[in-house]
Structures are given as structure tokens and as C-alpha cells.
Design a protein around this ligand. Structure first.
Ligand SMILES: Cc1ncc(COP(=O)(O)O)c(C=O)c1O
Length: 466
């Protein structure tokens, strides 16, 4: 059956093809506040605004696609973690998004920086961040990266393999430095999230297993190596986690290891890191916990466990990334083509193709991440229709937003904004199909600044020396 009347498709869509969690909106122009930064709204004409600037102007000034960050919101999220986790050290996870401006903002708000490559470390160095507040992660750091971290004087190196412990000891001896070291462990916690962003179950590449005994062995090796200053255990259970239960189990297992170590060697390690992974809202389904709620829960758990084990509470730390940068940013696109595709059973779906795609946000293709979208350049009186926002790449899986209700009259030239694109979008972007990566701009008090400029074809061609 083919629908020629828009409303016919809409009714069929709503009845049969939208996922169960996606409700037909009463007002397709309305924003769901939890998805957006605090400075985002819509003006009387339905145009999306951020920190006093409308996105039509952003698009005119910097073009699309573009990532747009609400500076005040990102800073406020960083501050909220610092305040809620008073007495803890909060490290911003740079992998979620890093540039020199963001490195400065988060450190100005009292956070440290968690890096995991020489590249991220280089950005921190260029930003002039206090290196004692920088950590260096990574399951396969090269000798050059370890040397860079040591020479920069990072505050801690989180070791992740026996090979690395040997390498680091050797290098530290050669340089005459004694790095502060944490041992990354796997706690066996099954975080209820996608396999690729879950990092504490046993069958994966990160960390030393507590259950299998490798973690205790790694602690012993670091402790007995005079070239290394073992300061504690590090656990990160995964990402997009919404409850405290996973952290509770992880804290219990890491603290038991911490207490066993104290009993065996007569020293209590001074620190413990419980990682990041606090979930954010990408769609209506997600209900994130506030930093205050998380801090209360984690403080309660750690204090109770330490009391039960008879050990002092170590200096605690966490590493939130997306919960700081994610909701602070959105991606802005221009619609290029619109295609209604008939599905079986009389339903249809509107394919809205924009000028970006999987090269600027791989998460949907990579691990079936869900996103939302809104028509950003005008109000529409058209009814909502089930839509899929896709990109311009040569892949059927080039999907940005799998399921969303957009106005049925959405058309080429309209702007579309995708919220929660401040994290793991630009930082995971590629040049697939030789598409230059979009710029990152920030808006504050109605003023726009370019943080990372748009890549050009000349940038790409300059790499091709043949
Ligand atoms: C070791 C470590 N810490 C912190 C994070 C940050 O996670 P999120 O951005 O989900 O908070 C990650 C993410 O992969 C990680 O691997």
C-alpha cells in the first residue's frame, strides 16, 4: 500500500514503526530540556538559540555542519562535579572532547585532566595545564608516549599491562624520575550498556583482572619496583551508566583488593579512582543522575566499605567525560535532500539527509547509539512524521538519528540540530570519503568563538605527499 497523503503515512508511522520509547510529540517544535544545554531555547519564530545567539547566524558565520558548544553550560557542569565531589579529585575525561580552550575551562573550574594518548597530552601541554593534575591512561601506550608523560611531569600514569609496567620502570630509571602509578583493574562488573563501552567485564582488553589474580600481581610488581611510586587502584566500569549499583560492586571489589594489599605489605595505598561513565540524556528514554546524587551515593558506598574493611578512606577520584561535555554541545546540519521511503505494512519513513554524517558522529553506526533531533531554523505547523536523519556518506549505516519525529514539511535548506553531540563526536570524527571535519565553535553571551577551525580540502590534500 502506498500513501500519497502525508497524514496517512504519519498515522502508519506512529502506529507501527516508531520504537516503543518514542512518543509522537504533542508539539514537534518543542525542545526536551534534559537533552540540551541550559543556554539553548527557541525564539518566537521557532529558531534554535544558544547563549543569546540564533543558529541561523551561527550557520551563516561558520557554515554547517558545525559543533556548537555552550561555554557557560560546559563550565557549569564541570563546576557541579567539583562542588558535589568536594574532597575528591575530579579529572575531566579528555577523550570525550578536548581542545586547548576546553582544557583551560575545565581546569579553571577546578578539575584535572585525564588523557590517554600523546595527542591528548600535547593539547593539555599546549593549554598550559598544571601537569600534576593530568593523568595518562591507555592500554597500549608507546614508549614515546610514556616518555612524553614522564618528561611533562604528569601526576599519575595508569598502567594497564605487565609489558607496560616493565617499560615504564625501565624508562623511569633511565630518566631518573619516579612516576606516580595507578593500576587499572577489571572488577567483573557487567555495566548495562553496549559491549563496546562497557569496560569492566573480564573478556576485553582493558585492565588487570581482580578475579583472575592479575591485578594483585600487578600491584605487587609496581610496589616492589623502586623506580615506581604506586599510589592506588583505578577502575572504570564503562559508559552511559545511570545507577550507582555498578559503582557499588566495583567499589567493593577494588576496596577489598586495596585492603588485601594493605594486609600483605603493611601499607595502605593513598588513592582510589572509580572512573567515569555517568550517563547523559540522548533521548527521552535517558534520565541522568545529578552529580550531587552520584556524590552522595559514591561517598556512602566507599565510606561503608572502608569501615567494614578497617582501612582509611583513600584520596578518591573520578573521571567524568560525556556528562560534562556531552549535553553542552549540539551538532548543526543543513538538510540537503528529503526522501520518503515506503515500508512494508503501509508505513513509511522520511529520510532526511544532512551535510554531515558518520564522519562527524560515528556513535550511531558504531554501537547503535540513539540520538534526537529538532528542526532548528523555523517553526513548523506540519504534523510530526517518523524520520531518520542520515548523512552524505557511501554507507547504508550512515545514520545520525535512527528514529525521531520531525515536521512532515522538513525540506532542503532547513537546519537540523542534534543534541548531546558535545562528547565523542568531534573527538571520534574521521575523514571518511575525504570529508573535512567540521569546526567546533563556542557561544557565550551572544558571542561566537571558533575553538577548532573547519578542516579544508587543502588540509586533507596536504597530507597526500605522493
Ligand atoms: C578510563 C576512562 N575514564 C573515563 C572515561 C570517561 O567516560 P565518560 O565519558 O562516559 O564519562 C572513559 C571512557 O571511555 C575511560 O575509559
Amino acid at each position: 500500500m502506498t500513501h500519497t497523503h502525508v497524514a496517512g503515512s504519519i498515522h502508519a508511522d506512529a502506529g507501527s514503526r516508531a520504537p516503543g520509547w518514542l512518543a509522537v510529540p504533542d508539539d514537534v517544535n518543542a525542545l526536551m530540556p534534559k537533552l540540551w544545554s541550559a543556554g539553548v531555547g527557541k525564539d518566537v519564530d521557532g529558531v534554535l538559540t544558544v547563549a543569546g545567539l540564533d543558529v541561523a547566524e551561527v550557520a551563516e558565520r561558520v557554515g554547517t555542519p558545525a559543533y556548537v558548544i555552550d561555554e557557560a553550560d560546559l563550565r557549569a557542569r564541570a563546576r557541579a562535579f567539583a562542588e558535589a565531589f568536594e574532597g575528591w579529585n575530579v579529572y575531566y575525561a579528555a577523550k570525550s572532547f578536548l581542545c586547548t580552550a576546553v582544557a583551560r575551562w575545565v581546569t579553571e573550574e577546578g578539575l584535572g585532566l585525564d588523557t590517554c594518548t600523546g595527542g591528548e597530552l600535547a593539547v593539555a601541554q599546549r593549554a598550559g595545564v598544571d601537569m600534576t593534575k593530568v593523568g595518562l591512561h591507555g592500554n597500549n601506550k608507546s614508549l614515546a608516549e610514556l616518555r612524553q608523560g614522564l618528561e611533562a611531569g604528569v601526576g599519575r600514569i595508569i598502567v594497564d599491562s605487565f609489558d607496560e609496567i616493565g617499560r615504564l620502570g625501565h624508562l623511569a630509571g633511565e630518566l631518573g624520575l619516579r612516576p606516580r602509578v595507578m593500576v587499572r583493574v577489571t572488577t567483573g562488573v557487567e555495566a548495562h550498556t553496549h559491549e563496546y563501552i562497557s569496560t569492566a567485564h573480564e573478556d576485553q582488553k582493558f585492565g588487570f583482572s581482580i578475579a583472575g589474580g592479575a591485578a594483585a600481581e600487578a600491584l605487587e610488581l609496581c610496589h616492589l619496583d623502586p623506580r615506581l611510586d604506586l599510589v592506588g587502584i583505578h577502575s572504570h566500569i564503562g559508559s552511559q551508566i545511570f545507577d550507582a549499583e555498578g559503582f557499588e560492586v566495583a567499589a567493593r571489589r577494588t576496596l577489598r583488593l586495596h585492603a588485601d594489599f594493605a594486609a600483605a605489605y603493611g601499607v595502605e595505598m593513598p588513592e582510589l579512582d572509580l572512573g567515569g561513565g555517568f550517563g547523559i540524556a540522548y533521548t527521552s528514554q535517558d534520565t541522568p543522575a545529578s552529580p550531587a546524587f552520584l556524590a552522595t551515593a559514591l561517598n556512602r558506598i566507599v565510606r561503608a566499605e572502608c569501615a567494614a574493611l578497617g582501612v582509611a578512606v583513600p584520596q578518591l577520584s573520578i573521571e567524568p567525560g560525556r556528562s560534562i561535555s556531552g549535553p553542552a554541545g549540539f551538532a548543526l546540519y543543513t538538510v540537503g535532500t528529503v526522501k520518503r521511503v515506503q515500508l512494508d505494512g503501509g508505513a513509511s519513513r522520511l529520510y532526511v539527509a544532512v551535510d554531515g554524517g558518520m564522519s562527524d558522529n560515528i556513535r550511531t553506526a558504531l554501537y547503535a547509539a540513539e540520538y534526537s533531533a529538532t528542526l532548528a531554523s523555523r517553526r513548523s505547523d506540519a504534523p510530526p512524521t517518523l524520520s531518520r536523519v542520515v548523512g552524505k556518506h557511501c554507507e547504508g549505516g550512515d545514520i545520525l538519528v535512527r528514529d525521531e519525529f520531525l515536521p512532515a514539511d522538513i525540506a532542503p535548506g532547513d537546519l537540523v540540530a542534534v543534541p548531546a553531540a558535545g562528547a565523542y563526536s568531534r573527538s571520534m570524527a574521521s575523514n571518511y570519503n575525504h570529508v573535512p571535519r567540521p569546526p567546533v565553535v563556542s557561544v557565550r553571551d551572544g558571542e561566537i568563538s571558533t575553538l577548532v577551525r573547519r578542516e579544508t580540502l587543502d588540509d586533507l590534500l596536504a597530507l597526500d605527499v605522493g
